[in-house]
Structure formats: C-alpha cells, structure tokens
Design a protein around this ligand. Structure first.
Ligand code: PEP
Ligand code: MG
Length: 586
C-alpha cells in the first residue's frame, strides 16, 4: 500500500515502523467487588507508575550531546508523575470508589484538567500538556499497550506518528531513527526542518499514516518524492534498495566537492550559506561547504525554557558561533516568537490567529527589554566576528525605523559602558510579508540587505497555513504570484545597491536553484546538508539561459505552467541530475 505526502527531507529509508500513538487511550471501566481486588488494583497502579518512572529516568540518562539541554523536560515529567494530584488521588479512588485503576486515573486526570483550566497564568495552564503526556504513559502501562517509548529507541526504525513535537524529537536518540513519516505538517514544519538538519529522510502530511501503518510493518519512505510504501513486495523492495544505494553514492560524490566555490557556468559567484537553529550547529556547517550563516534562528533560547536567557548567555553563544565561523558572515535573526513558534519563557496572550498576531518584530517592539538584551549580545559579539542583524516579519518602513532606532540606543548604551562592537554592523530584514514586498523600494533605502523568507511569504501571499496538512498541496513556491514577489524584491534591492538573499526552504530546493539564480538572488541560505547539492547545481547553471527562463516564468499564469517549464529546462540542461533517467536511479 502506498500513501502520498509531502517530501520533507530527501533520501530513502527502509526499515520497520515504530508507530508513536498519541491518540487518547480509552480507559476501560470495572467495579471491584472485594478487598483483595482493591489491593491488587492499587498494586497494579503503583507498578504502572514505577514502570513509567523507570522509563523516564532511563530516557534522561540516555540524553546525549546537544540533547542534554532537554533533561529539564523529563525532570518536569518526573515531578508530575509523583504529584499527589495524580498518583495519590488515583490510588485513593481505587480504594474509596472501588473502581479499576484505569478509570481512577482518568478521573484524577479530568480533575487536574479542570484545575489547570482555572489557572490564570497562561504558561502554567499550558503545562497541562505535560500532565497529559505523563498520565498517558501510565495509562499505556495499565492497558498493556505497546509502549510508544520514543525515548528508548534501540532498533533501527522509521518513526511514524500523527505529529511530533520538539519535545518528542529531543528525547529520541536520532542515531537509531532512519526516517520519519507524520500525518501532520508541511514542508516547513518542525519535523521537516529537524529531519533536514540531521539528514534523515522524512515524509510529512501523510494524513493517515499513523492509523494505517502497524508497529513492526516494513516500510519504505522516499523523502524526495513524498511517498510512504507499506509492506512492499519483493520487487519494490529491490528497486528501492537500488535507489537508496544510488542516492547515497551520489550524495557522497557531491559532498566531496562541497568545499569549492559556487560559481555559475558563466562565472558569476553565488554565496551559499547555512541556516542554523542552535549555536553548536555552526561547528559542522563548514564541512558541507557553507560560506557563512545566512539565518541563525534564535528561538531555541526561549522555547522550552522557564526563564529568559541573560545577556551573558546569549553573548557567549554568539561569540562561540563567531569564533567557529572565523571571518565568514553570521546573520543573527532577532527573536521570531509567536505564530507557529511559541515559547514558555515568553508570556504570549492566546490569539485566534497567531500567524497574524503579535509575532516576531511586532512582539519585540513591544517587549523592548527582551529585544534590547538580544541586540546587546549580538552587538557585543560583533567585535569578534562578522555579525549581521536581521529583523523578522518587517511589514513596512515604520517598523524598520523603530527597530533600527533601538539598535542605535543599544549602541549608545554600549558606548557608555565602554564595550566594543562593530559600529558598521550590517542591519537587514527578512522579506516575508507581502506588504514588505510592495514597499521593498522604501525598505531597501533603510536596510543593508534583504533576505526573502519564502516559508512565511508563501503562507501569507497564498493564504496557506504553513503547518496545515489539509492545504499542504496548495503551498506552491512556483506560484507566479510568489515568483513575481521575488522578482520585485530583487529588483528593489539591486536598484538600491543592496544584496538580496533567500533563506526560506525554497532556497535549498536544488530544482528551484537555477530559477532563483535567474531571478537574480545573490545568496541562498539553507540547511547545511543541502548545500553540497545546491552548490553543484549552481556551478552547472548557465545564468544567461536561466535569466531568460525566469523572465518567461514570470509571464506564465499558473504554478503548474511554471513547473512544466522548469522541469523541461532542468531535464534538458541537467539530464544527469534532474532528467527522467536520473530520477529513475534516485
Ligand atoms: C521563512 O519564513 O522563510 C523563514 C526562513 O523563517 P521561519 O521559517 O523561521 O519563519
Ligand atoms: Mg519566517
């Protein structure tokens, strides 16, 4: 059986499925008739709690390397497990009401949920999710369900889930995970970005994969094509084993050339840089041929943290990145919280439409203290590296002026404190809101660079929620409206003498690269592991030809017309990489 989805991270994985069940478990109901039954039931409940505790402790002990950061999530889970509100209450319900352990636990959880709902503090209220998670683990033991214990994966598996949160993936030992398939999510979801960063094939938006696939099924995922195959026949298995081998060989070949410059066939230099989400990643990007950092998403410091980071913590991290990158540019994006990125350490009011709400620069202009702390750290780190500041979600010149004025204030403060920084630091913006595209000429006079964030630009331009799997098929980077926006931004930037980069996922799609270069982009920023492929394609691109292709694409009426044109040109000009014969092999 085959299920289609969205190819989120390329490559082919073949392995047994580990299905992560996150749907609520149905508690059975039973009445206990005598004291012996009650005692046995309490005992059974305590055993389930102890088993859950042992698993959590083991998961914590297994957190390795960069994942050690997440130990506090498991600590919180352990505290909840032992909290009287759940464990003691459930145990006492068993004896007082003479009901089975599952039913007693579900009553205790319901009561905890109503207590949480009454709490005013949004952060604490939202922590019911942790209570839910922990009690589900206990329930699973009681019901005798196959455990979904992702924290203790010790076999090579493909993880199949309805959805995965950063907390889920943080607990997995990714050395054992050969691939991901999720029902939810689009090409820019957390699972997609994390899988790409770790070079793990992934298919997201499969809609019903977690219901159709059974634990232990042999599955194939093709992260390039967006395909999940369940229990394939021998012939299919053989074909995909060959494709997998060819893909791996090809990736190695391309990786071997990653260190070379990306100069187009007609000699134009293209800058290919990396997107990172944690400072520690900076150490590995040069190995993939990155010529700098084009987007450092700094949300990591705020997500899953109870407290805001201090200036010193931020400074140390930014200095560390600067040190690792030497004289290469490091573009630090100021906090982009809100929308699909929420943080516990930051108090965000619940909003009906968070993607259109108090997000990113809007939030920072309101929370000046937090914003200034971040700017101070970036500026101070700029004395030892080529830092660039980038503001997310700028929608017009008013916001850019306000943000720049705050940078000036912070510079004055640092002067007073006698602290060094790079006074010439480049300050640029992400162009990811359609209004910014329309006033790009004004913005270009007040920004040192542009970086187009297609993940959001496409979402806002086409009115397609980027994390909603039901509309994932309508999320079309090649939509003529999107191409015209890119064209407009590039022209406005160049007319005002500033470089124009792209840092959305589109920049890392090798099939889109010749077109993007034809549209005039100067820099492409992406997950480091896709850099070698993108550089290879850029080196083979005849820019003169692709400028003409881009002009033609701008006149076409629909995304499928553009795709047809691009596919034809890729097939003719890169037959060994994108031609029909090549995709047969890969
Ligand atoms: C974008 O919107 O394209 C982008 C790069 O930023 P993020 O995915 O973090 O919103
Ligand atoms: Mg964005």
């Amino acid at each position: 059986m085959r299920l289609g989805g969205v190819g989120a991270s390329p490559g082919i994985a073949i392995a047994r499925a580990l299905v992560v069940v996150r749907r609520p478990l149905q508690a059975p109901y039973a009445v206990l008739t005598d004291e012996a039954q009650v005692a046995a039931e309490v005992e059974r409940f305590n055993e389930a709690v102890a088993a859950t505790e042992a698993e959590l402790n083991a998961a914590k002990a297994d957190l390795s390397g960069g994942l050690a950061e997440y130990a506090h999530i498991i600590d919180a889970h352990l505290l909840i497990l032992r909290d009287n509100m759940i464990s003691q209450r459930a145990a006492s319900y068993i004896s007082q009401r003479r009901i089975n352990a599952e039913w007693a636990l579900s009553l205790a959880v319901q009561e905890a949920q109503s207590a949480f709902q009454r709490i005013k503090d949004e952060y604490i209220r939202s922590r019911f999710a942790d209570v839910d998670y922990v009690t589900n683990q206990v329930m699973r033991h009681l019901i005798g369900h196959q455990t979904d214990d992702i924290a203790r994966i010790r076999d090579k598996v493909i993880v199949v889930a309805h959805d995965l949160s950063p907390a889920d993936t943080a607990q997995m030992d990714l050395d054992w995970v050969l691939g991901f398939a999720t029902d939810m999510g689009g090409p820019t979801s957390h699972t997609a970005i994390m899988a790409q960063a770790r070079a793990i094939p992934a298919v997201v938006g499969c809609q019903r994969a977690s219901r159709v696939v059974q634990n232990g099924d042999l599955i194939i995922i093709d992260g390039g094509e967006g395909l999940l195959i369940i229990n394939p026949d021998e012939e299919t298995l053989h074909l995909y084993r060959e494709r997998q081998e060819a893909y791996e060989l090809y990736s190695q070949e391309v990786l071997a050339q990653a260190g070379q410059d990306a100069r187009t066939a007609d000699g134009v230099r293209v800058h290919v840089v990396a997107n990172i989400e944690m400072g520690a990643e900076a150490g590995g990007v040069a190995g993939y041929g990155a010529e700098g950092i084009g987007l450092y998403r700094t949300e990591f410091f705020y997500i899953n943290k109870r407290q805001l980071p201090t200036e010193q913590e931020l400074l140390e991290d930014f200095q560390d990145v600067a040190r690792r990158m030497g004289d290469l540019p490091v573009t630090i994006r100021t906090l982009d919280i809100g929308g699909d990125k929420f943080a516990h350490s930051v108090d965000l009011a619940p909003e009906a439409n968070p993607a259109l709400g108090l997000r990113a620069i809007r939030f920072c202009l309101q929370e000046r203290g937090l914003f200034k702390t971040q700017l101070r750290a970036i500026l101070r780190a700029s004395s030892m590296g080529r830092m660039r500041i980038m503001f997310p979600m700028i929608s017009g010149l008013g916001e850019l002026r306000k943000a720049r004025a705050i940078v000036e204030d912070v510079m004055t403060e640092l002067d007073h404190r006698g602290l060094a920084f790079d006074r010439q630091i480049k300050v640029g913006i992400m162009v990811e809101v359609p209004s910014a595209v329309m006033v790009a000429d004004h913005l270009a006079r007040h920004a040192d660079f542009f970086s187009i964030g297609t993940n959001d630009l496409i979402q806002y331009a086409l009115a397609i929620d980027r994390v909603n799997e039901y509309v994932a098929h309508l999320y079309q980077p090649l939509h003529p409206a999107v191409l015209r926006m890119i064209d407009r931004v590039v022209r406005a930037g160049h007319a005002n003498g500033i470089p124009v980069a792209m840092c959305g996922e589109m920049a890392g799609d090798p099939r889109a690269v010749p077109l993007l270069l034809g549209l005039g982009l100067d820099e492409l920023s992406m997950n480091a592991m896709t850099i070698p492929r993108v550089k290879q394609v850029a080196r083979r691109t005849d820019l003169g030809l692709w400028r003409a292709v881009a002009q033609e694409a701008l006149t076409l009426p629909t995304a499928s017309d553009v795709a047809e044109l691009i596919n034809r040109e890729l097939n003719d000009n890169f037959p060994d990489i994108f031609g029909a014969a090549a995709s047969e092999k890969r």
